[in-house]
Design a protein around this ligand. Structure first.
Ligand SMILES: [Zn+2]
Length: 430
């Protein structure tokens, strides 16, 4: 019960936040939050307390870190005196036994592999979990006072962080995506959710099943998270389900943003300060400092996501930083002779030419080697090869890239539970 009160407490606190109707207000709020964060949280971190001088913290003095330093300095960064070895042990044990009580002294321990496959351990206290739930409630799922909403949540593993969204306002069912899809679809059909939340590759599978009348569900809202939602998938989902579609930009490092009624992704700048490492005048890597984290501070943490800034103001009126697009993870980018090709560019070009495939994947397996899997009706496979090849050849010509080898197959290698990315690059030695 205490946990529910905490959620309500933080939810009211979020509702009571001032209206951020100008950039100045957001910046002033962040400066105030940073001071509080330094005083209340960073003083407890062996790693960060050295940077606080006379109770003041200058963000510019702090080192920028990425996942590998975040892990190698785990013991010094976290404020709970938890050792990496102990946390890893608890997290792996929980994952293996699928007994999801992975806690150390009331702190939830979560394991993430991310797209790189490298392990990282994340800590979350009860308060942090309550803040997360309150944020999701206020930004993504609007509670309906007189109707309990049923949420179907498709996840790789049931972390305690997510299963906490349960109250008189919500009913929550977790679908383990390690299970066979046919079983999940049956369960989903029985459950009849009001809200469907999943990664896009699963959402499109569910949409496909709905189209084939294997499932019959009428969710009022669809929430996409964990992977980039491609424009073509968005159109397809909207066509099949007549539901509100919300895109959540969430990773293990934090709840970073959510799309507005106009479909624009806005970053949660009232909780997270975003610095930008510019790639060109539109694209950047976000560097985040999350004021809502206490047990394991996330400070000047560089993500390997590539974001494209939206230059015009969004029509919804929000002053929070707006994105044109989440381009993808760094390891989604194809690199030929040192030239980068962003996955979004390829998927958009393909979407303009054809929609007759079920799904496809493009994987760079060598410096000049592409493996292309197209799942489609065998009768049109040969013609699709031509379409894909034309798109790629034309695109590469524009980038003055030549000598790429294509290897086609009539299937998409798909391991259930893995994050399916349409376009990816294997680390083949770089
Ligand atoms: Zn907007």
């Amino acid at each position: 019960m205490r946990f529910k009160f905490k959620i309500i407490f933080y939810w009211l606190k979020i509702l009571a936040l001032p209206r951020f109707d100008s950039r100045e207000k957001i910046e002033r709020h962040q400066a105030k939050q940073l001071k509080k964060f330094a005083r209340n949280v960073l003083t407890k971190s062996a790693y960060y307390k050295l940077f606080i001088k006379n109770g003041e913290l200058d963000l510019t003095d702090l080192p920028m870190i990425s996942k590998s330093e975040f892990m190698s300095s785990f013991n010094e960064i976290n404020t709970q005196g938890i050792l990496l070895e102990e946390a890893l042990h608890v997290a792996i044990e929980a994952e293996n036994s699928r007994d999801f009580k992975s806690e150390i002294n009331g702190i939830t321990v979560g394991l993430s592999t991310g797209t790189s496959g490298k392990r990282a351990v994340f800590l979350a206290s009860e308060d942090e979990r309550a803040i997360w739930v309150a944020l999701v409630m206020s930004r993504v799922i609007k509670p309906k006072i007189f109707k309990r909403q049923k949420i179907a949540f498709f996840l790789r593993s049931n972390s305690n962080l997510y299963s906490s969204v349960e109250s008189s306002l919500f009913e929550f069912k977790y679908f383990d995506i390690f299970k066979p899809m046919s079983e999940l679809l049956q369960e989903l059909n029985e459950y009849q959710p009001d809200i469907l939340a999943s990664q896009p590759s699963i959402l499109t599978d569910i949409a496909e099943a709905q189209k084939k009348q294997i499932v019959h569900i009428q969710p009022i809202q669809i929430i996409s998270f964990a992977e980039v939602l491609h424009e073509s998938d968005k159109t397809e989902l909207k066509k099949i389900f007549d539901s509100k579609l919300s895109e959540v930009y969430q990773c293990t490092e934090g709840f970073l943003g959510v799309s507005c009624a106009y479909g624009t992704m806005h970053l949660n700048e009232d909780f997270i300060h975003f610095d930008k490492e510019w790639i060109d005048d539109e694209l950047f890597y976000p560097i985040i400092t999350d004021f809502s984290r206490h047990s394991q501070p996330v400070v000047k943490y560089k993500l390997n996501d590539i974001l494209q800034i939206k230059k015009e103001a969004c029509l919804c009126g929000s002053k929070f930083m707006a994105l044109e697009k989440i381009i993808g993870r760094d390891d989604d980018v194809l690199i030929f002779s040192g030239k980068k090709i962003y996955p979004d560019l390829i998927s958009r070009r393909i979407a303009l030419q054809t929609n007759s495939f079920n799904k496809y994947s493009i994987t760079q397996v060598g410096p000049m080697e592409l493996q292309i899997g197209i799942e489609c009706d065998p009768a049109i496979y040969d013609s699709l090869i031509k379409v894909f090849q034309n798109v790629l050849v034309t695109l590469f010509e524009e980038f003055e890239i030549s000598g790429v080898h294509y290897d086609f197959q009539n299937k998409v290698d798909y391991t259930t539970g893995s994050k399916l990315r349409k376009i990816k690059r294997f680390n083949y030695g770089n």
